[in-house]
Design a protein around this ligand. Structure first.
Ligand code: ATP
Ligand code: MN
Length: 444
C-alpha cells in the first residue's frame, strides 16, 4: 500500500479533537504494537510530543517496536476512555524495519542502562522529554536576555588563559608542535572575554560549551557542559543578584507555561509534586544570606557534616543543600564569601576579608549559579592576581579594561544542565545532556 502523498504531514503534537473526521498523513516510530481479533493496535510516536497516537490497522505483518512507518487514515473519536481519538489506518508503509535486536523492544530500562546506548535513548519517553524541555529552555535563555536588550556574544572555545586558576583545564595537543606558540586549553568560562564586550556594549551574555577536567564522579558535574554567562557594565552585586533571580524564574515559568505535558511525565515518573515545587519558586523571593550568616546557621544545626564547618572553609554540597532544603526550603542566594576561597577577579569588600560574590543554591542540587561583582580598581586587581600566585603580565589585556574607562561591572554563570536538572527533577546530570562527557565517560 503506498501512501497518498497529496496529504501534508501532520505532527502528532498538532492533532486535537477539532481534526476528528479529517484524513491525516503521519510519520513516526512504533512504540508498541499488539493485535486483537484481527485488528492491530499501534502506538505511534513522532517525537513532536510525549504523546503517542493510537492507530487501528488491519495490517497482517507484525510490526515491531522501533519500526518507522508512514500512514494515512481518518481521525475518529475513540471509544476507549484512554484517548480522545485514534486513527483508522487506510494506508501503511514501512519506512525502516526494526527487528527483535532493537534494544528498546522492552520497556522499563534503567537510566544507567540507557546511558550506555546514548545513541538510541532519545527514542525513550524520558530522553525525548528532556530534549524537548532543554530546547525550549535554551530558547528562553535568549528570549530573557534579548527582551532586556543584552547582546549575545560568542566567546572562544579555545583559550590561552585559565580563568579560575584552578588547574582543571583540558590542554590542547596538536600534531603541529606548538601550534599556537603557547599553551592552549578548552575554555572553562567565557567570562574574561565577556567582560571585554560588556565594557563596550554594556550588557552581554554568552551561551556555549564549557570544559572542566575535574575528576568528580558526582550527579552534578560533567566534563563538558553548557554555561550562560551574562556580564553587565554598571551593575553592582545587588543588581547582579536581582538579574539572576529573574533569570531563574523566567526559565522556570517558561517550563511551566510551555512544557506542561513533559513536566506531567516527569512528575508522574520521577518527582511527585514537581510542578508545585516549581510554582513555589516563582511565587517567592529568593532569600539572601551572607556566607557568614550561613556558617552560623550550619553551626547551629547540630548536624555532623562530613566536611567541617568553619569560617573560611568552602561550603560543600552537603552544606549548600542543608541551607537550601532545610533552612530555606527553596532557592537561596549566598553572598560575600571569604576572599581566600574565590578567584582573583572578584571585587574586594570593605571589610578586607570578603568579596562581593554570590551563589544561587537550590534544593537537591546545590549551586546552579556562581557570580560576582568584578574588581574594577587596577591597583587592587593587580594585587589580587599576585596574591593568587598568577602572573600579571598574562593578564595585561584584562588589566587594560581597568586602565581605560574602568566601570563597576558584574556577571554570573548559570550551568545550563543544572538548571534543566532543577526543572525536570531528573537526578543525574548525565541524563540531561545528549552525549555526556565525564571522567571515564565519552561515548560516540
Ligand atoms: P561546583 O562548586 O558545583 O563544582 P563551581 O563553583 O566550580 O561549581 P562555577 O565556576 O561557579 O562553578 O561555574 C558556574 C556554574 O556552572 C555553576 O554554578 C554550575 O551551575 C555550573 N557548573 C560548574 N561546574 C560544572 C560541571 N562540572 N558540570 C556542570 N555544571 C557545572
Ligand atoms: Mn561557583
Amino acid at each position: 500500500m503506498m501512501v497518498d502523498t497529496k496529504l501534508k504531514r501532520t505532527k502528532i503534537v498538532d492533532i486535537d479533537a477539532s481534526l476528528i473526521g479529517r484524513h491525516l498523513f503521519l510519520q513516526g516510530w512504533i512504540r508498541t504494537s499488539r493485535s486483537q481479533k484481527g485488528v492491530v493496535f499501534i502506538e505511534l510516536n513522532d517525537g513532536s510530543t510525549i504523546k503517542n497516537i493510537q492507530l487501528l490497522s488491519n495490517q497482517e505483518k507484525t510490526l515491531l517496536t522501533g519500526t518507522s512507518i508512514a500512514v494515512t487514515g481518518k481521525l475518529v473519536a475513540s471509544p476507549s476512555p484512554k484517548q480522545p481519538y485514534e486513527l483508522q489506518v487506510e494506508t501503511l508503509e514501512v519506512i525502516g524495519e526494526a527487528d527483535s535486536t532493537f534494544p528498546l523492544q522492552k520497556k522499563g530500562h534503567t537510566l544507567d542502562f540507557l546511558r550506555e546506548i546514548a545513541h538510541l535513548r532519545p527514542r525513550t519517553n524520558t530522553f525525548g522529554a528532556v530534549a524537548r524541555v532543554r530546547s525550549r529552555i535554551a530558547f528562553a535563555v535568549h528570549e530573557f536576555f534579548q527582551q532586556r536588550k543584552f547582546f549575545y556574544v560568542q566567546t572562544p572555545v579555545i583559550t590561552s588563559s585559565d580563568c579560575e586558576g584552578a588547574g582543571e583545564l583540558f590542554e590542547l595537543v596538536t600534531e603541529t608542535k606548538n601550534f599556537f606558540g603557547k599553551k592552549a586549553f578548552l575554555t572553562c568560562s567565557g567570562q574574561l572575554n565577556g567582560e571585554c564586550f560588556a565594557t563596550a556594549l554594556g550588557e552581554i551574555y554568552t551561551f556555549g560549551p564549557t570544559f572542566r577536567a575535574e575528576n568528580s564522579h558526582t550527579s552534578r558535574h560533567l566534563a563538558e557542559f553548557w554555561m550562560i554567562e551574562p556580564e553587565m557594565a554598571f551593575y553592582d552585586l545587588k543588581q547582579n543578584m536581582d538579574l539572576a533571580e529573574s533569570f531563574v524564574k523566567h526559565l522556570v515559568k517558561t517550563a511551566l507555561d510551555t512544557c506542561q505535558e513533559d513536566l506531567s511525565f516527569f512528575e508522574e515518573r520521577y518527582e511527585k509534586g514537581l510542578k508545585q515545587r516549581l510554582e513555589v519558586v516563582l511565587n517567592r523571593p529568593f532569600e539572601r544570606i551572607t556566607y557568614t550568616e550561613a556558617i552560623e546557621l550550619l553551626l547551629k544545626s547540630n548536624i555532623e557534616f562530613q566536611y567541617p564547618v568553619k569560617w573560611g572553609n568552602d561550603l560543600q554540597s552537603e552544606h549548600e543543600r542543608y541551607i537550601a532544603e532545610t533552612v530555606v526550603g527553596g532557592p537561596v542566594i549566598l553572598y560575600n564569601y571569604p576572599k581566600t576561597l574565590k578567584p582573583f577577579y572578584m571585587k574586594a569588600n570593605e571589610d578586607g576579608k570578603t568579596v562581593a560574590c554570590m551563589d544561587v543554591l537550590v534544593p537537591k542540587i546545590g549551586e546552579i549559579i556562581g557570580g560576582s561583582q568584578r574588581e574594577d580598581s587596577l591597583d587592587k586587581l593587580e594585587k589580587g592576581i599576585l596574591s593568587h600566585g598568577l602572573n600579571p603580565s598574562d593578564y595585561d589585556w584584562y588589566l587594560d579594561l581597568r586602565r581605560y574607562g574602568s566601570v563597576p561591572h558584574s556577571g554570573f554563570g548559570l550551568g545550563f544542565e543544572r538548571a534543566v536538572q532543577f526543572i525536570t527533577g531528573i537526578e543525574n546530570i548525565r541524563d540531561i545532556i545528549a552525549f555526556p562527557r565525564a571522567a571515564g565517560l565519552c561515548e560516540f
